[in-house]
Write a new protein. Structure first.
Length: 366
């Protein structure tokens, strides 16, 4: 069923908050979801504790060489006891857990030839890109030696330490100027440190310095020879936020190509396509993002934006209901609930009398 234009004239303004969905870098140190200026200062809008779930991701590396460890075991354990889930690091040392409910947890890291390690986590938001360094039991000859790459060896410890300090200042202390100084030190020690350029770009983004942010992110892309998906995602988000959708779209598309399992990349491509008035194409990427991150209520707002453009009332009603289920007490819940009730009533009346226009549409189009 197609909705009469103007049924919800205020809805796009309410629902267009998804523009910041991809502003989170994927290589951040331990942190919670940043709060853009258009969002409340806290995360109360994400709904009740029962309805919320987040992802945990990070990298396991050798404490001395900083080389990523392939095949390390990572157990997610509740403080009440019992292992909830197990992950193994890939060749890049990455691990990830999805759909983790808020609460207290232990991450247990184990790898032959290394000392076991534990990390205590208080989950109240996504934790993305945490770094865990394991120490060897002996100096050499371990059967569990990590995979070595030329680039891993080329990053000096001084650069790595400055990078770690910068991430701490950026994500734990919100000291954006201080983090920039540390990223600059990391780059001075290792000029090809494209991850440091990307994090510096995000710090400038949080400082509302779009020009310096774009400069740093483009440098990150160039140094990585266009293989670092995080920089593409962040730059696409920056450009979309400045309504440069035509510039953002190819960047977001490249991010999806590099990492199709990134809901950040999928949602950012959907946002850029929506800005370009291509909702039919954008819908599949928004749906994929929601599939990858089913408990994120903001993705339901992105889908609602798209279904408003597509005038797909049944899908829009589903979006409203899905958002309210995930965030029943969120900052947008009252307006979403009002529009949901109006839409539901109008759909019921339309089925009974298809020729009758909705009251909202009549008021919007006198």
């Amino acid at each position: 069923m197609r909705r009469t234009p103007g049924l919800f004239p205020a809805a796009p303004a309410v629902l267009s908050l998804a523009v910041f969905l991809a502003c989170m870098p994927l290589a951040a140190q331990r942190r919670s979801l940043p709060s853009p200026s258009s969002f409340p200062d806290d995360d109360s809008g994400l709904g009740t504790t029962r309805a919320r779930a987040f992802s945990i991701s990070g990298v396991v590396a050798d404490a001395e060489s900083h080389i990523q460890i392939d095949g390390a075991r990572v157990d997610l354990q509740s403080l009440a006891g019992g292992i909830l889930s197990t992950s193994f690091t890939n060749q890049a040392g990455n691990f990830q857990f999805n759909n983790v409910r808020p609460g207290s947890y232990e991450l247990i890291f184990a790898q032959p030839g290394y000392q076991d390690d534990r990390e205590h986590l208080e989950i109240d938001g996504p934790i993305i890109g945490m770094t865990v360094n394991l120490r060897r039991l002996t100096s050499a000859g371990n059967p569990g030696s990590p995979t070595v790459s030329v680039r891993d060896f080329s990053i000096p410890g001084k650069a790595h330490d400055a990078m770690t300090k910068g991430l701490n200042l950026l994500y734990q202390k919100s000291d954006f100027p201080g983090s920039v100084k540390q990223f600059q030190r990391a780059i001075q020690a290792y000029p090809k440190y494209y991850e440091a350029y990307a994090q510096m770009g995000f710090a400038y983004m949080r400082m509302n310095d779009a020009a310096e942010s774009e400069k740093a992110l483009r440098k990150s892309i160039d140094l990585s020879e266009e293989h670092y998906a995080d920089a593409f995602v962040m730059l696409a988000a920056l450009l979309s936020n400045n309504k440069r959708f035509a510039d953002a779209e190819p960047l977001a598309r490249k991010a999806v190509e590099l990492n199709p399992n990134s809901w950040h990349a999928q949602s950012e491509l959907a946002q850029a396509l929506l800005g370009l008035k291509r909702p039919d194409e954008a819908e599949k990427y928004a749906q994929e993002a929601a599939k990858l991150q089913p408990d994120n209520p903001l993705l339901r707002l992105l889908l609602a934006d798209l279904h408003i453009e597509l005038r797909n009332d049944p899908a829009l009603l589903d979006d409203f209901n899905a958002y309210l289920k995930l965030a029943p007490n969120g900052p947008y819940a009252e307006k979403v609930r009002q529009h949901r009730d109006e839409l539901q009533k109008w759909l019921q009346n339309s089925q009974a009398a298809p020729a009758e226009s909705s009251p909202s549409a009549s008021q919007a189009n006198p």
